[in-house]
Design a protein around this ligand. Sequence first.
Ligand code: DC
Length: 224
Amino acid sequence: MAAASPVITVDGPGGAGKGTISGLLACRLGWNLLDSGAMYRVTALAATKKGVDFADIAAITDVAHGLDVVFAPCDEGVSVFLSGQDVSSEIRTEACGELASRVATVGAVRDALLERQRAFQVAPGLVADGRDMGTVVFPSAELKIYLTASAEERAKRRHKQLIDKGISVNLARLLEDITERDERDINREVAPLKPAEDAVVVDTTVLSIDEVVALVSDLWGKIG
Ligand code: DC
């Protein structure tokens, strides 16, 4: 049997730079990219479009099982198509992130998305970005990174991203949202956000994007 393609997992809280770092790493290595947060976001969006009650776990789980979703690599990471419609921007709103964090607490939804996530592990390799990539989805990954940064720094980064997109937001409110979402991701019963035991923890608070990419590339160079 052919050896499985290598995987680098990049987990951590929202705003730690996982998306940017994972995209750059995948590009540098010429590997596939899994943005697992986008899967939870698109599940939340599909449920909203269908008018599903978020308290109705069976209905939300049905949505996750029946997702007609396509992830297409693009310069910005991945474009996401839901039932043929490009929803890449729609899933990035704060409101959708909030709903995604809620659907992500449902074990049956996580189970429904598991195989779709594992299907991304194809040659020549995969960079998997999420919360439980190293702990649950790819426990045998060759390299596991846990990216973190202070909540204040993450709120500032998110604020800048949104302002750059012309979206006006309140920094204090963003910090509250980030802290609330961290708590939900860390304290949920299923697949909580935490570093895998064998993960390398990288605090990006005072590191530039280039420094983090160089650091992770060096780590991979020593293994791969
Ligand atoms: O990384 P993100 O902001 O796009 O993720 C959106 C939500 O999805 C986040 O609040 C937690 C959840 N999520 C998860 O539970 N497990 C993952 N592997 C990825 C995201």
